[in-house]
Design a protein around this ligand. Structure first.
Ligand SMILES: Cc1cc2nc3c(=O)[nH]c(=O)nc-3n(C[C@H](O)[C@H](O)[C@H](O)COP(=O)(O)O)c2cc1C
Length: 188
């Protein structure tokens, strides 16, 4: 198979893995993945992305941050919901939080900067899969919590676009739906 076809096959088969286990990309591999993300399309080269990686025991601290966020949003949250928040980061050996760092620019509105950060998150997913790992992109109501952004070291102009859970696929790959490009594309 030609190299181009191999790349197309890879891109057409990409899929998320909701269940992840160890190992995760190591620091050198994560660095390579970040280099891929840094080549995401970016109007005016604003570099509107930031990344925070959380692994090992720090995931427990992250769980505590999620639980605190849940309790701010819903002070009546029951123990089961609190436990779920606390345990959430333990679903993968590595979590990378992707932020959009939004700045004022005469030609680049905030939505374009958010899309660039989203492309960077997707690039991390692709790079992880290229290295033989797997990923799932999660968000949820936590992304709306400015205090959580600060707890993770984010600044006031930074928004969370992804909690990227990374590791090794746990279980069999899922069957992928076969979608027809004609259902989504028309020539104009
Ligand atoms: C911006 C964004 C936010 C997402 N948030 C969640 C989420 O909070 N929980 C979840 O289960 N999937 C979420 N997903 C979807 C999964 O990452 C994944 O794409 C989906 O399960 C479909 O699987 P596939 O990528 O293998 O087609 C999100 C995707 C995007 C692009």
């Amino acid at each position: 198979m030609s190299k181009a076809n191999q790349i197309l096959e890879f891109l057409q088969a990409r899929n998320s893995a909701p269940r992840l286990t160890s190992p995760a990309p190591n620091d050198a591999e994560l660095n390579d993945m970040l280099r891929c993300a840094l080549r995401s399309p970016d109007h005016a080269w604003l570099r509107p992305w930031r990344f925070v990686s959380i692994r090992g025991e720090r995931r427990e601290d992250f769980g505590a941050v999620l639980r605190a966020s849940l309790l701010r949003r819903d002070p009546e949250a029951d123990e089961a919901a609190c436990d779920k928040a606390l345990q959430a980061p333990l679903r993968a050996p590595l979590v990378v939080v992707v932020f959009a760092a939004i700045t004022e620019h005469p030609k680049v509105p905030a939505w374009e900067q958010r899309l660039s950060a989203g492309c960077a998150a997707f690039s991390l997913e692709l790079a992880a899969e290229a290295l033989g790992y797997a990923a799932v992109w999660r968000t949820g109501a936590y992304t709306e919590d400015a205090e959580l952004v600060r707890d993770l070291g984010g600044e006031d102009h930074e928004e969370i676009v992804a909690f990227l859970y990374l590791g090794t696929r746990d279980g069999a790959p899922k069957n992928l739906p076969v979608l027809d490009p004609d259902d989504f594309h028309r020539a104009w």
